[in-house]
Design a protein around this ligand. Structure first.
Ligand code: KG4
Ligand code: ZN
Length: 343
């Protein structure tokens, strides 16, 4: 089954064609990140205008690179939400129009389900359920126990900011450009992660929830108390970035440790979403799971571009919805800025 995936929930305009949820025939991602740098974040109006210009060329290129006539497409899958409404509407209007003109079934996919299914893209051997997935992006931070593609429960989620948001806000405080995650982690590379002691979020809390807002405030006050960012040497900035990143990673890993104790049946641990591109987080997770009795297979998306927003993951999630829910996957749906994923 070949599915055209379309993703426009934030500042990307993405189109991809994926066969059987795993084989990526093409994937195109156009982004307005350069323009967004001017605003220090995503300006919805600017994102949607760029998406209007890019959506048709992106779909054209995806078809061309896959060398696929539209008659060989079996369905279209589109991110129905959550996200920026003007952006979502661009992708959804394109998908609805093409589905009607080409007479293809249309699948509405929750954005987070796309991230949860991203490890299947070009995976070789299929992941084995039940498994734990930590999905960490700029918009959400959720820890799932999954029994199948369409069955699972949330074990924990952030009570305030998302992990990616913490990276982005921390980066802004450190004078780094948007998007902050990659910039902060690059600065942290030559820093000492033990140099600044930030308070550990939700210490003593039993559940697997997360919280990042306090950490950002700690960084803000730490910089103020030291006389502002300009008073810091280059090495002090690197050390601060490394310590800030380390605290975020440690907090995420403590959630995974607790979840593994609660769910010893989990056969794999997946790390997905934009923040899963973070090499320090990957390294610390590998170290954690190679210790003692915690010998569980780790997977991250097979390519960095499948960590951050892309359309291949939406096509994959669409495929697995059809595989497990049959015709129900083609039910009508509304396009929504806020929508909770229920499995
Ligand atoms: O999944 P994604 O592309 O979009 C959302 O669904 O939000 O995630 C984007 C987030 C941003 O907050 C970005 O700063 C963060 O992922 N990110 C990173 C890295 N690469 C992207 N955070 C930390 N380290 C990275 N290498
Ligand atoms: Zn995302």
């Amino acid at each position: 089954m070949r599915i055209l995936g379309i993703e426009t929930s934030c500042d990307e305009t993405a189109a991809a064609i994926v066969q059987d949820g795993r084989i990526v025939l093409s994937t195109i991602i156009a982004s307005s990140k350069k323009e967004q740098e001017l605003y220090g974040g995503v300006f919805p109006e600017v994102a949607a205008r760029r998406q209007l210009e890019c959506i048709v060329p992106a779909i054209h290129q995806a078809l061309e690179r896959a060398r696929l006539p539209t008659s060989h497409l079996d369905a279209i899958a589109v991110t129905k939400g959550p996200g920026l409404l003007p952006s979502l509407l661009v992708g959804n209007m394109a998908a609805r129009t093409l589905a009607s003109v080409w007479k293809k079934p249309l699948i509405g996919v929750h954005h987070t389900l796309g991230h949860l299914d991203s490890p299947w893209l070009e995976c070789g051997e299929d992941p084995a359920f039940p498994l734990l997935t930590l999905s960490v992006s700029g918009g959400h931070t959720e820890l799932w126990l999954r029994e199948s593609h369409t069955k699972g429960k949330v074990l924990g989620r952030t009570l305030d900011d998302a992990a990616g948001e913490a990276f982005d806000k921390g980066a802004t405080l450190l004078g780094l450009p948007y998007p902050g995650g990659p910039a902060l982690s690059a600065l942290a590379e030559k820093g000492n992660p033990a140099s600044v002691r930030f308070p550990s979020p939700l210490e003593g809390h039993d559940g697997c929830d997360f919280s990042f807002a306090g950490l950002k405030t700690s960084l803000k006050y730490m910089l103020r108390d030291r006389g502002g960012l300009l008073a810091l040497s280059e090495q002090e900035k690197r050390d601060t970035a490394a310590s800030f990143q380390e605290t975020i990673c440690a907090h995420l890993l403590s959630g995974i440790s607790k979840a593994l104790k609660l769910c010893p049946e989990a056969r794999e641990v997946h790390l997905v979403g934009g923040v899963s591109a973070n090499t320090r987080l990957r390294k610390l997770l590998t170290e954690l799971l190679s210790r003692g009795s915690l010998r569980t297979r780790i997977r991250t998306p097979t390519r960095m571009e499948y960590c951050t927003d892309n359309a291949a993951m939406i096509a994959a999630a669409g495929y697995f919805l059809v595989e497990e829910r049959g015709e129900d996957a083609f039910d009508t749906f509304s396009t929504e800025a806020s929508i909770v994923l229920h499995l």
